[in-house]
Design a protein around this ligand. Structure first.
Ligand SMILES: CC(C)(COP(=O)(O)OP(=O)(O)OC[C@H]1O[C@@H](n2cnc3c(N)ncnc32)[C@H](O)[C@@H]1OP(=O)(O)O)[C@@H](O)C(=O)NCCC(=O)NCCS
Length: 301
């Protein structure tokens, strides 16, 4: 076999990767690849190239997250990992990941997180498993006063801006993403176009739902815990049950605990067979020095 070159792709080369992604990820990429001629997100694409043909691809999504103590380290989310079916089983994905780790270290990235159900591919290149966010049920009393839940197309521009403001005012936690704009994958425009997420908006508070669970909830600091709990109560099913997946340090969890609302773990697989893995690029590693990096589900890539 000819020699394999591993390197960053030019914008033009990146656009030519779309058919490979469509073949590798039917559900997610096929429609995008059919309707786009340009790569839709701000991703740095790395390719495995044989005789001028791109046979493997890994995208790096650049973003910054809070480390929960005032720092905003540069992260590279690994996504769109695909190898042409004719070239699988030859170590191409593993070598692409290794080559990206070397590149990312030089570029100043501190860690390369990802979500997968195919652990061995990344383990073989040095990644290790990292705990994901565990959903839980909160049990309120029965009620009939339901809060309206909307898809993002039903939100006005002002309501969208209000949600963004509340996110920024919401509590800091290790793993909170600095959400960008435009073509940023970890940005508001992409999030609000994604039909998997729906929104509830109250006075100075909002929640984002995915698969029936609250995966994000932020309130203005001046809003009382009583008002936060009343909003959640209205979000619960008429039986009073509400499923949530929120950071350990979130205000909502604390308010639920202080109000003695019963909470029980849920087995619901909100990541659809995937879980977080990470590769630290520094020594000592970023993740190794932080107590717990939360992976909010609204920012899953
Ligand atoms: C997953 C995929 C990228 C693997 O590419 P590849 O070049 O064949 O993988 P490699 O040959 O580098 O394999 C590296 C290691 O991962 C293992 N591996 C390969 N494919 C795997 C899979 N689908 N599931 C679990 N492990 C896998 C290999 O056995 C090897 O392990 P080893 O080091 O113990 O021998 C490729 O099958 C693909 O494009 N699949 C469709 C898209 C996809 O699922 N992407 C991953 C999303 S997380």
């Amino acid at each position: 076999m000819s020699e394999i070159e591993y390197r960053v792709l030019s914008t033009d080369e990146q656009n030519h990767v779309l058919p490979l992604l469509a073949r590798s990820f039917h559900a997610y990429w096929e429609q995008t690849a059919l309707t786009c001629t340009e790569y839709p997100y701000n991703e740095i694409s790395h390719g495995a190239i044989i005789d001028g043909q791109i046979v493997g691809h890994v995208g790096v999504i650049p973003y910054r997250m809070s480390d929960g103590r005032g720092g905003f380290p540069l992260m590279g989310g690994l996504a769109s990992v695909a190898v042409d079916p004719d070239y699988r089983g030859r170590g191409i994905a593993k070598n692409l990941c290794k080559s990206i780790a070397e590149w990312a270290r030089q570029e100043g990235y501190q860690a390369l997180p990802l979500y997968t159900g195919k652990d061995r591919v990344y383990e073989s290149a040095g990644w290790s498993n990292y705990p994901g966010m565990r959903p839980f049920f909160a049990q309120f009393t029965q009620h009939t006063d339901n809060q309206q839940v909307m898809n993002s197309a039903q939100l006005t521009q002002e309501e969208k801006l209000q949600i963004r403001r509340l996110y920024e005012q919401g509590e800091d936690f290790c793993g909170k993403v600095v959400r960008g704009n435009g073509k940023d994958y970890l940005g508001w425009d992409r999030l609000m176009k994604d039909p998997d997420y729906t929104y509830a908006l109250g006075d100075d508070i909002y929640a984002i739902f995915m698969d029936g669970a609250v995966v994000e909830c932020n309130a203005a600091p001046q809003l009382s815990d009583t008002a936060v709990l009343a909003f959640l109560h209205r979000l619960s099913a008429p039986s009073g049950t509400l499923e949530l997946a929120l950071p350990q340090a979130s205000r909502v969890r604390r308010a639920l605990q202080e109000a003695n609302i019963p909470m029980t773990p849920s087995d619901h697989d909100l990541m659809h067979g995937e879980h977080p893995m990470n590769l630290d690029l520094e020594s000592p590693g970023l993740y190794a020095t932080l107590p717990l990096v939360e992976f909010p589900l609204a920012d899953k890539f």
